[in-house]
Design a protein around this ligand. Structure first.
Ligand code: 13P
Length: 244
């Protein structure tokens, strides 16, 4: 159950949020909970969540460990800051910052080598869905972003299916639509890495997840968790989703 805060919340707002959120999820069992704040808020998040089971992740990384790459942050730096997770290939990165499948694969490798768990995002746009290209897009993104990983590395990957048309629009994929896409992704995992790897792969759904629709999504066999944007910014809403 992961919250992608995108470009929201200063360090002080992060502390205020966690003072409210942590007690609400203290007794939750059998769920991994992760929040992904912006870089400057990571130290506050790591410090506040240290006594809890809530994990912290970055929202992006560069695949090189260090170097002259102004504005970038490496996997090693995220790990050293106390992150255990990182989101890779989010559609906003693909759309606004030229993220390619090739970059996604390099970032995924770098994250795993630094000991982070990558949450690799895939998903089709509205035009692609309406043109009947959803499966093809998912296959291309899977092939480009994950197929080259060795089996040990693939076992460390979490995938997030985020239909672009459902992000921040209030339009959620129906549980059936999400389930169908998740099955396509799991089939790809099986094809390339075998049945055990596919069964063990965690696939999160993202796109306008709210307390009201989370239970129906979570009830689907192939939906193993959610990646929540807007609703994760509210401590009560995200706590309710975590318990869905
Ligand atoms: P919303 O939940 O705001 O639609 O965002 C989803 C998302 O992009 C999570 O990564």
């Amino acid at each position: 159950m992961a919250g992608n805060w995108k470009m929201f919340k200063t360090a002080q707002q992060t502390r205020e949020y966690l003072r409210e959120f942590l007690p609400l999820v203290e007794t939750v069992e059998g769920r991994e909970i992760v929040i992904c704040p912006p870089y400057p808020s990571l130290p506050a998040a790591v410090e506040m969540t240290a006594p809890s089971k809530v994990g912290v992740g970055g929202q992006n990384l560069h695949w090189v460990a260090e170097g002259a790459y102004t504005g970038e942050v490496s996997a090693q730096m995220l790990a050293a800051a106390g992150c255990r997770w990182v989101i890779i290939g989010h559609s906003e990165r693909r759309q606004y910052f030229g993220e390619t499948d090739e970059n996604v694969r390099k970032k995924t490798e770098a994250a795993i080598e630094a000991g982070l768990t990558p949450i690799v995002c895939v998903g089709e746009t509205l035009d692609q869905r309406e043109a009947g290209l959803t499966e093809e897009v998912l296959l291309t993104q899977f092939a480009g972003g994950m197929k080259g990983l060795n089996p040990d590395h693939f076992a460390r990957v979490t995938v997030a299916y985020e239909p672009v048309w459902a992000i921040g629009t209030g339009k959620t994929a129906t549980p059936e639509m999400a389930e169908e896409a998740h099955r396509i992704i799991r089939r790809q995992a099986e094809l390339h890495y075998g049945g055990a790897a596919a069964a063990g792969l965690r696939i999160l759904y993202g796109g306008s997840v709210k307390p009201g629709n989370a239970p129906a999504l979570m009830a689907k066999a192939d939906i193993d968790g959610v990646l929540v944007g807007g609703a994760s910014l509210d401590a009560k809403d995200f706590a309710q989703i975590v318990k869905a």
